[in-house]
Design a binder for this molecule. Structure first.
Ligand SMILES: O=C(O)c1ccccc1NCC(=O)[C@H](O)[C@H](O)COP(=O)(O)O
Length: 214
């Protein structure tokens, strides 16, 4: 197991979540800007959290099909390092947002079967990073953060021209196997380190990062 797998903990809402992520030595912390999510934060909350983050922890803002006005308003208040797009943003929209905001963009792509892999190639041409996530079920309320894994064998040995992160249903108990099987060098988790929807658990965060680092 490589010691340098980088971990993103997504859906941070409280000061103690930042403390837990920093103590565990995660590389990325994610803030969800999506009103229907139990992890949603408003700009004022996110600003306070983002300003408390020490250098070395990248602050990722997660958006779902955001319009320009919403992104402008959040970015005017919240210092973010990376934009994560978790909706149905087209490749053209990804390019436009990169140019407009001058921030690296990570595009989430949902995977359920072989037919979803072409999208990774397409977005790999325009995004700075890919988030290879489980495709949400048809009736899901959220486009991500559902705690569901996909069949990791679908991407075993696959590579894209930009860095990528594995996500979807990862937990402290399965992340080592997921890394070994897929060769991922970056992993992302939300539900798997929560004690209840939207409530992060410091002990689970520490266990997850420890397991990912091997
Ligand atoms: O977390 C949310 O509530 C959320 C809402 C809308 C879009 C995406 C969302 N989360 C994405 C993630 O947290 C992760 O990047 C990824 O989907 C893995 O989540 P999980 O399976 O819960 O670990």
């Amino acid at each position: 197991m490589p010691a340098d797998v980088r971990v993103k903990i997504c859906g941070l809402t409280r000061a103690q979540d930042i403390d837990a992520v920093v103590a565990a030595k995660a590389a990325f912390g994610g803030f969800v800007f999506f009103a229907k999510s139990p992890r949603n934060v408003n700009a004022a909350q996110a600003r306070a959290l983002a300003l408390s983050v020490p250098v070395g922890l990248a602050r990722v803002g997660l958006f779902v099909d955001p319009d320009d006005a919403f992104l402008d308003a959040v970015l005017a208040e919240v210092p973010l390092d990376i934009l994560q797009l978790h909706g149905k943003e087209s490749p053209e929209r990804v390019q436009a947002l990169r140019a407009r905001h001058g921030l690296p963009v990570m595009k989430a792509v949902g995977v359920a079967d072989d037919g979803d892999l072409d999208a990774l190639t397409t977005y790999g041409r325009v995004a700075d990073m890919l988030l290879v996530d489980a495709k949400p079920p048809r009736n899901a309320k959220l486009p991500g953060g559902n705690g569901l894994a996909f069949d990791w064998r679908l991407i075993a040995g696959r590579r894209w021209p930009v860095p990528w992160m594995l996500a979807g249903g990862l937990t402290p108990d399965n992340v080592a196997e997921a890394v070994a099987l897929t060769g991922a060098r970056q992993v992302d988790v939300s539900s798997g380190v929560e004690s209840a929807p939207g409530v992060k658990d410091a002990a689970l965060i520490a266990r997850f990062v420890g397991a990912a680092h091997g």
